[in-house]
Structures are given as C-alpha cells and as structure tokens.
Design a binder for this molecule. Structure first.
Ligand code: AMP
Length: 567
C-alpha cells in the first residue's frame, strides 16, 4: 500500500488546511498530490490528465488561493470551463475553499445577463471562471482585461474542443498576458490537445494518475438513480429490504459520515461511523462492535476504511460516488469475497451520471440500474418475513411461562383480537407506511446521455445507458427458475445475456424469488428471450414468458429470505 500523503505534506498553509478540514477532506486525491506541489513550487506549465470527480478543481484552486493576493483589482487567474454548469460548480468549490472572503471569485457564462457580469467585472474579480465564448465577448467589448492575469487554467480541455470552442480558445490565448502560467486539464489527450499544448505552453510537465487495472468478480453491482435529497430515504428502504444487512456505507467526507451515522441511528438502525478524526481507541471500539455484529451498518470515509477487513459483509453502499475507479474497486472489494456473493449498491444523482459511466468503463465493471424499492414492496416483504419467523417459532419448544400467558390471554378473548393486539404492540412500527417518505422515481427518466445533449453524446463507450423506450416499451419477464435452482440476480442476468443474447445493460430490475424470478427488458428483447428459451421449458411450460399483469408485482413466496440484491 502507498504511504498516505497529507495535505500538509503538499506544502499548504495552516488557514487552507483549516478550510480543508472544515470541508471534511481527509487526504489529497492522487491528482491533487501531483498537481498541488507542482503548481505551488514549480514554474513550469502543467498538463493534468484527470477526469471530473477526481478532485481536480481543488488541485488547481488550492495553489491559486495560496498564491493570489486578495482584492488586487484585476483578474489574476482565468479558469475556462466548457459549460456553465461546470463554471458554476468550479466557482462554488473555490469559494468553499478560499478561507479569505476578500479573494473574489465569479462565474461568467453565456445565457446570464450582461448587466450583472459588467457589474462584477467592474468591481474587480481575482479568479474569474467562465465559458470561452462569453469571456471572449467581454474581451472584445472591453469589459474584461486579462493583461495582468498570471494564471490561465483550461478545465476539461477535451470537452471544450469537442464543443467547438477551439477558435475561441485560440483567440483568447492571443489576448491574455503572455507571461501567465498555464495549466491544462483533460481526461483524454487527443492530438488536438497536444497541438494546443505545443503551441501555447512552455515546456509543459505532464501529470497523470496511472489508470488502475481493476476487476472484481463475485460482487453484484447495481445503482440507483436518486436525487441528492432522496438518498437517505432510498438508503433506509434498502436496509429495510434486507433481512440480514451487514455492510459498509461509504461517504465522501467526515461530516457526511457523522451525519449519516446519526441519522441512521435516530431512525433505529444499528449504525456507527468512523473517520479520520476518531482516536485510535474510538476507532477500534467501533470496529469491534461491527465485527461482533452488535451494529450492522458501518459508515466510513475511504481513508478511515483503509485496512478494514471484515468477513461476511453482504453489502457495500456508495452513498457518495468514489473519487475514482480505483477507489470504487477498493470499496466494493470488501464484499463478494471468499466465494460468497456480495452486493455493491451505488447511489448516483442525475448530475453524477457521467462519472459513474467513467468509473464503470475504467474499472471494467458491470453496474446495473435498479429501481428504488417501493413502499408496498417493502411492507409486503416484511409481512412475509414476519410470517416466516413466526412459522419458525411455531416449530420451537415454547417457554412454559409464555404458554401460560397465552392461555390466560385467550381465556375471555377471541384469538384474532389477541393476536392483532400482539402484532399492533410489537410490529406496528414496521408496518407503518407513513414512516417512509416518498422517493422520486427516476427509473424511467431518460438520462442525460439519452437526451441527445451534445455534451453527452459520446456515451457509446459507456455501458450505463438504457434503451429509450418509455414505460410502455418495457416488458416484465417471468422466469421459471429461482433461488432454489441456485439462481441469484447476477446469475439470472448472465443467463439472459449469454443464452439469450441480451446485454446486461438492457436488463433491469431483476428480482429472484424462491421458485421463480422476474426481470424487465424492452419488448423487443422480451420477444427475443422468449424465443431463445423456447425449447427449454419444464413439463411443457416455457422457461421464460412475459409476466401476466397480476404477476408483475412479483410478490415474494411464502418463505422469503428477502428480495435480496444478490445473495
Ligand atoms: P472535482 O473532480 O473537482 O469535480 O471534485 C469532485 C468532488 O470531490 C467535489 O465534490 C469535491 O468537493 C470533492 N473532493 C475534492 N477533493 C477531495 C478530497 N481530497 N477529499 C474528499 N473529497 C474531495
């Protein structure tokens, strides 16, 4: 294992270290570890090969914050971003890190009123973040001068070229202080990027994080698309759905880890959190509880989770996306070991889609989209579970005292009222639908990749997509194989893929019950699958058919072990 590097090791000053700690960042990401010292100390222009989500914004922002003089009255650093969303995001990140509010940061992008931009520029901006077209516009109108800018940062340079900003960038480069230091970030290094670098940068140093070669096998990987505000509710539903959840939930920051652990234990789950601020003693105490299964949910940051090796975890949940594919693989590698299947669940908000696609591609993973379980599904499952537990108890020798108590209770009362009262007393909370808040269903919503947004059109390399048929274009398949046949959701999908020729990415919402299973595919694929499995039925019954409407709810069978995502 690499020796961890701290932010202090990178040469950042105390106020910045404080800001980082407030933000809950525990240690630098790999690209930060490379870029921060190079930008702080060196003189050379830099090319950083990094994707969105790797922490590249802070990688260039922190040295700028260290180096720039707040309130200098002219633009000292210009950051160019391909879209206004990214420009705003970059601004917000810099503001959250800057420490000194006198260091002014402002976004300037197309679509926003000029009047507001004129006003901001006139006031003086230290770090200006903008889209190339609008920045050029201001230069041409004379409302912006860049002759004293000491830094030029091209963020997501490959995206900017893909979006046709090459000419604007060239023009802009002609108008900025020739003595500026230039930093170019790009996820890929096509020739056009190299040409820009050769023409405009002085002896640039290339800083790239090695792409890991990664694979994970026994882990079933699924993702839920949920808005940020629905994540907690969706998490509770997943925890409730599982009979014996025992797993880790990964958060991005210490603050988030603490918050989540508290919120979960407030809701009655056995959850605790660990992060870098805990003392060794505290950390060990929490881990001991987890290993002994006195708690079944461990919330953690990547840093705090390092070295944790607990057998038998059923789940790893990525409550926040990991910073890069390597972190993803490390996280989910904690389940699905020793020949046992585990499940990795990733929450992704619509904005994070692209990053998930990147993680999937680089880590060579298969991440299947699932629907957040509905409330009635969970309630039905809890009902079956309760019946199953009671049936088990019926097989056991009762305590004589309890038998006497039962006789007493039944003396002057009818059995149904007594039993209802017992259930009311001990199980009503479990069956209270109002304890669940609604979760917005984004399942059928076309993701950005599918909406033809030019920025996302290159999704062909991504396996995270969906055919754009709406709900009416989908069919629920009934498959006459279940857990008793050794099937798991993962195996079911493999079967449909290898024998039926339907790629896993087009198979959704696979549910494996004791005797049979369900999966959702497009009508076209449904027909192909029914055909492909035509000759493989049992006792004259087809192995796969399109589910009847009354089967679509896929009620669990009498003795379920939970609609488990992959166990
Ligand atoms: P970026 O790649 O700059 O878009 O960053 C992606 C996300 O990672 C942002 O939400 C950052 O706030 C967060 N982030 C950046 N650096 C770190 C770090 N060292 N530790 C934890 N989170 C980070």
């Amino acid at each position: 294992m690499d020796i961890p590097i701290t932010f202090a090791d990178l040469g950042l000053s105390a106020p910045i270290l404080e800001a980082l700690s407030r933000k809950g960042f525990e240690e630098p990401t790999p690209i930060q570890a490379l870029v921060i010292p190079a930008l702080l100390r060196g003189e050379r222009d830099l090319i950083g090969q990094a994707q969105t989500g790797t922490g590249k914004t802070a990688a260039f922002a922190l040295p700028l914050i260290e180096r720039l003089v707040p309130g200098a009255g002219h633009v000292q650093a210009l950051v160019l971003a391909p879209t206004r969303e990214l420009a705003v995001q970059v601004c917000e990140e810099i503001v959250s890190l800057r420490g000194n509010p006198r260091l002014s940061v402002a976004p300037v992008y197309g679509g926003q009123a000029y009047s507001e931009q004129f006003r901001r520029l006139k006031q003086g901006v230290d770090i200006l973040v903008g889209t190339p077209g609008r920045i050029l516009d201001h230069l041409e109108r004379g409302s912006l001068k860049l002759d004293q800018a000491s830094y030029l940062i091209l963020d997501e340079a490959d995206e900017m070229l893909d979006m046709g900003f090459q000419d604007d960038i060239e023009k802009l480069l002609g108008q900025i202080n020739p003595d500026r230091r230039m930093l170019l970030f790009s996820a890929t290094m096509p020739d056009r990027i190299r040409q820009i670098a050769e023409k405009n940068m002085r002896n640039p140093e290339l800083l790239a994080v090695k792409s890991p070669q990664l694979t994970t096998s026994l882990t079933e990987q699924i993702y839920f698309e949920v808005t940020e505000s629905d994540k907690f509710e969706a998490l509770c539903r997943i925890l409730d759905l599982e009979d014996e959840f025992f797993g880790m939930i990964f958060c991005r920051t210490k603050i988030q880890t603490d918050d989540l652990a508290h919120k979960l234990s407030d809701r009655g789950y056995g959850a605790e959190g660990i992060h870098g601020d805990l003392s060794q003693g505290q950390r060990e105490a929490v881990l001991k509880k987890f290993k002994a299964r006195r708690i079944n949910v461990l919330c953690a940051t990547d840093v705090a989770a390092r070295g944790i090796d607990v057998e038998g975890m059923t789940h790893v949940i990525n409550y926040s996306l990991p910073q890069d594919p390597e972190a993803y693989v490390h996280r989910i590698g904690r389940t699905g070991r020793a020949g046992r299947e585990g499940t990795a669940v990733t929450f992704v908000s619509p904005e994070e889609y692209r990053k998930l696609a990147f993680i999937e591609r680089v880590s060579k993973s298969r991440i299947r989209k699932e629907r957040v379980p509905a409330i009635n599904e969970i309630i039905a499952l809890k009902k079956d579970r309760l019946i199953h537990q009671l049936e088990e108890s019926l097989d056991q020798e009762p305590l004589p005292l309890l038998e006497e108590l039962a006789e007493d209770l039944l003396k002057d009362r009818d059995a149904k009222s007594v039993l209802t009262a017992v259930l009311q007393r001990f199980a009503s909370e479990d069956f209270d639908e109002t304890s669940y808040a609604p979760v917005r269903d984004l399942f059928e919503r076309p993701s950005k990749e599918m909406r033809g947004d030019s920025r996302f059109d290159r999704g062909s390399s991504s396996r995270i997509d969906n055919r754009s048929e709406g709900p009416r274009g989908k069919a629920r398949l009934f498959i006459a194989l279940g857990r008793r046949d050794g099937l798991s959701p993962k195996k079911l999908i493999e079967l449909l893929e290898t024998k039926g020729g339907v790629p896993a990415r087009f198979i959704d919402d696979a549910a494996v019950l004791e005797e049979f299973s369900f999966a959702t595919v497009s009508f076209r694929d449904a027909e192909a699958l029914v055909q492909a499995f035509h000759s493989q039925g049992r006792q004259g019954k087809p192995l796969i058919k399109i589910a009847r409407p009354d089967e679509q709810g896929a009620q669990a069978p009498r003795k379920p072990r939970g609609r488990s995502f992959g166990r």
